[in-house]
Design a protein. Structure first.
Length: 156
């Protein structure tokens, strides 16, 4: 009976400590990471959403390929359930043209809040490439300068 009582007390003490010390984050990222939906490109990155105390896999997958026309990159954002959040044609802010599919090496943003573009024309995320290039929805090319300042404030 004492062993059972001691086990229950140990669980009551250790579970909250595990939770507070980032155990849930560890489980979500290392043990049971989010799975990329099959229809998303292989170069897709997981964009972490702000965490909630009792949440699991808060975020979405963002990936890009070359559009059928070849004149733009077709990018999409999908939730963990596979539902499309947004999609559309994207262009490079550096060249105002498509980036070759082999050169699309996406990286997740430091903060998911800074990745969003909300305008009358578009509500989706910015594509960040490992080489520092930015992909924006084709309708938002006039927002390249302000997006770069917002994402990289020290590079002024």
């Amino acid at each position: 009976m004492n062993a059972l009582l001691l086990s229950i007390v140990a669980l009551v003490v250790t579970v909250p400590l595990f939770w507070v010390e980032g155990g849930c984050y560890w489980l979500q990222t290392k043990v049971l990471p989010p799975r990329r939906p099959r229809f998303m490109p292989l170069n897709s990155v997981w964009i972490e959403a702000p965490s909630l105390p009792f949440s699991w896999h808060r975020g979405a997958w963002f990936g890009c390929g070359l559009s059928q026309s070849g004149t733009a990159n077709y990018c999409r954002l999908a939730g963990t359930d596979g539902k499309l959040v947004c999609s559309g044609e994207y262009l490079s802010c550096a060249t105002h043209s498509a980036v070759a599919e082999k050169d699309v090496h996406l990286v997740p943003p430091r903060d998911s809040g800074e990745a969003w573009v909300f305008t009358e024309r578009s509500n989706c995320v910015v594509g960040l490439l490992a080489n520092g290039e930015i992909l924006l929805p084709a309708t938002e090319m006039d927002k390249c300068a302000e997006t770069k300042v917002r994402l990289f404030p020290k590079a002024r």
